[in-house]
Design a binder for this molecule. Structure first.
Ligand SMILES: Nc1ncnc2c1ncn2[C@@H]1O[C@H](COP(=O)(O)OP(=O)(O)O)[C@@H](O)[C@H]1O
Ligand SMILES: [Mg+2]
Length: 305
């Protein structure tokens, strides 16, 4: 059985590293994967990882328009681009251009969440970069359906005290009781970015009252390959950042499986619709059972629309 999942990543104010984490996980992901940029602050992957070389003409905004015409499912794959050139198993659904356009996609989140869940039928895992997540209360969080339907919501945090303090407030606002029982029930999980400055992943998770997926290494040089499209050096593929992604993915898969075993007895059924077909172009014939190893791209080697 192919295990598939909907995984979201989010942070509290001022705790960076979420988009870089989403990218390194997507690039190392062992199965077909779609990365969805759902940060209300606007897309950073086109300008960063893709160095602004692709036109921003696909993604959530055209998808929201398609949805208003009842065409969400039919036009879904048209709005994605390859995350890595010549790798049919990694795709990106670009986010909104700027925060000002967030209202234009406000009605998309519910239907989009259902659509992403339905990708299970095609054996495609989904990673959603939510960026900063609202703490509830006064701020309306339109993306709640994604948070609710996700198998895991990775709350990324740095290991410095101010990062942890602000992340703890976010977690508290989203788990009614921060105790052992809540830790078992919630789909929130801690992911530390840059442990040991000075706190480690276990200490942080205990403070947050969450389970932990461990950590991604603090690795500024190689993080910039992903965050601003810096050229990948020879050692990129064996860098601390890339090497730290594998164990996080394994734990993520284990936790997802355990959580599913707990809450249901069979594969999850999408709530409605017929489920999207696979994208028009072929995904890898091997079902994607491989990991991108090479230092990813140099020059124009990234995905092309
Ligand atoms: N693991 C890491 N180690 C070192 N620097 C990182 C790491 N992850 C991200 N960064 C850096 O932090 C900055 C913000 O990263 P980004 O992933 O865009 O954060 P966010 O999406 O949370 O705003 C970037 O300059 C990036 O290079
Ligand atoms: Mg980001």
């Amino acid at each position: 059985m192919i295990r598939v999942a909907l995984v979201a990543l989010a942070n509290a104010k001022g705790s960076p590293g979420t988009t870089t984490a989403a990218l390194v996980l997507a690039l190392q992901w062992p199965r077909p994967v779609l990365l969805v940029e759902a940060d209300l602050a606007g897309s950073s992957i086109l300008a960063g990882y893709f160095r602004g070389q692709l036109p921003h003409d696909r993604g959530l905004q055209p998808l929201a328009i398609a949805h208003s015409h009842g065409d969400l499912e039919a036009s879904f794959w048209e709005q994605t681009i390859p995350l890595v050139r010549n790798d049919p198993d990694k795709k990106l659904l670009p986010g909104i251009v700027s925060p000002h356009t967030a209202p234009a996609v406000a009605n998309l989140w519910g239907p989009l969440a259902n659509q992403l869940v339905a990708l299970e039928r095609g054996g495609i895992d989904v990673l959603v970069d939510l960026g900063r997540l609202g703490t509830g209360g006064a701020v309306r969080e339109d993306r709640e359906p994604i948070v609710r339907l996700a198998d895991q919501v990775l709350i990324t945090t740095g290991s410095r005290l101010p990062d942890i303090a602000v992340t703890r407030e976010l977690v508290k606002s989203r788990t009614s009781v921060v105790d052992a029982a809540a830790r078992e029930l919630t789909n929130l999980t801690a992911l530390t970015v840059g442990p040991g400055r000075p706190y480690d992943a276990n200490e942080i998770a205990r403070t947050l009252g969450l389970g932990t997926l461990g950590s991604l290494a603090w690795d500024p040089v190689n993080a910039e390959v992903l965050s601003v499209g810096a050229p990948a050096g020879r050692r990129y593929s064996t860098s601390p950042l890339v090497r730290s992604a594998g164990p996080v993915i394994s734990r993520l898969q284990d936790r997802t499986e355990r959580r599913r075993a707990r809450f249901s007895t069979g594969p999850r059924e999408p709530s409605r619709g017929t489920g999207p077909r696979r994208p028009p172009e072929q995904w890898g014939a091997d079902g994607g059972a491989r990991t991108v190893q090479a230092g990813p791209w140099r020059g124009d080697g990234r995905g092309e629309a």
